[in-house]
Design a protein around this ligand. Sequence first.
Ligand code: PLP
Length: 454
Amino acid sequence: MFFEKTPSARSEDPAMDSRTIIELSKQHTMWSWSKSGPLQPLAFERAEGVYLYTPEGKRYLDFNSQLMSVNIGHSHPKVLERMKQAIDGHMLFAAPSAATPVRARLGKRLAELVPGDINSFFFTLGGAEANENAIKAARLYTGRHKILSRYRSYHGATHAAMQLTGDPRRWANEPGASGFVRVMDPIPYDYSFGTTDAERTANHLRYLEEVIQYEGPHTIAAMFVETVIGTNGIQPPPAGWLPGLRALLDKYGILLVCDEVMCGFGRTGKLFAFEHFGAQPDILTMAKGLTSSYVPLGAMGVTDKIAAHFRDNVFWGGLTYNAHPFCLAVAEAVLDVMLEEDMVGNAARMQHVMLAEMAALKARHPSVRDYRAIGLFGAIELQKDRQGTRMAPYNGSHPAIDRMMAFFKQEGLFTISHWWTLMCNPPLCITEAELREGFAIIDRGLAFTDEAVE
Ligand code: PLP
């Protein structure tokens, strides 16, 4: 049977108000990671710098950079101008089999920016796909099939990236792809490998070596780590762990893959997070900050040795839109702005302001269990008692956290909570005054979680 449909919303229709945008979006589009029924999303129409605006003109301070991705801030005029130039008189699309000027330039540029011998890049549409290709590359290069990753990790929502992911978001997608082995993390709690960084590093690496031996080193292609754990609580590794991991994996011929989809491109106060920790990956995956999400783009970077392998062996992978010239041109413009305006340096400087604000919140609020920040990558953990019991369960929330989040919405602060953790990750162009404005709202909002502390 054929039903006639009446045309409704068109791009030339007059501007819609928030209610219409939300209703139509809920009726005709599907939402990720949520039940769309009870969902009450905000409707944003435009954004500038660190602020987002609804159609009615209400302003929100973006304390999350839209999933930690709009690193250079919203609607940067230089990038918008370069986007227009990239369309004018250029070939808008070339299949990934073609060589294009922008592909040549961006590959060379990234080779210059990434420290060490990662000099060859495979361009993808985003972070999960960069990881999918890294899994493939590691398996093809080593001839082994198993992949190690950690429980406190998120690597993306595609089939294999979901199995690479350790956090509970993978449960509903199981059994999923095979060949993935997850291990505990060396970070302080809940289970602890020790009380000092030195103990945690040494004990964790001993544990990991035993896992490797039980799994069969000759079956393990790679271990994936988020250099600084992102959504699972902004957790940098303990001192000495990454170089120790590098040495352990080298001993067994296992590749180290650093997933810097979230922590890369200046987020931690260095261009790449691994620069903090004194070890080099064999494969580096990236997305988000690479174009600051002005357009979708990710990449997998590989060492000269791996690149040489794929000169003589087929890389079995690729999508129609990989290395899309327009997206590559936007990445060039974003990198120019990020570097010219020293946004990476600003993230490093603002880390101190963020840590001072967080320390003050911990002193004032019994619901603050702990806090961390590296660059503008920050998180506040919430507890429900003074013994440090997490306020929300894995994969859940707490009514007090929900009330606090509703308060932020009302007060014009846009951020997310992830289970018991509140994320503080504004664009890297944020000023000290804007950062303090966000923390002033958080200070008031924490009254809701304080009330729930037993
Ligand atoms: N890896 C990490 C560390 C991430 O944080 C994310 C997304 O948040 C991904 C991979 C997946 O990236 P995408 O959503 O672009 O596929």
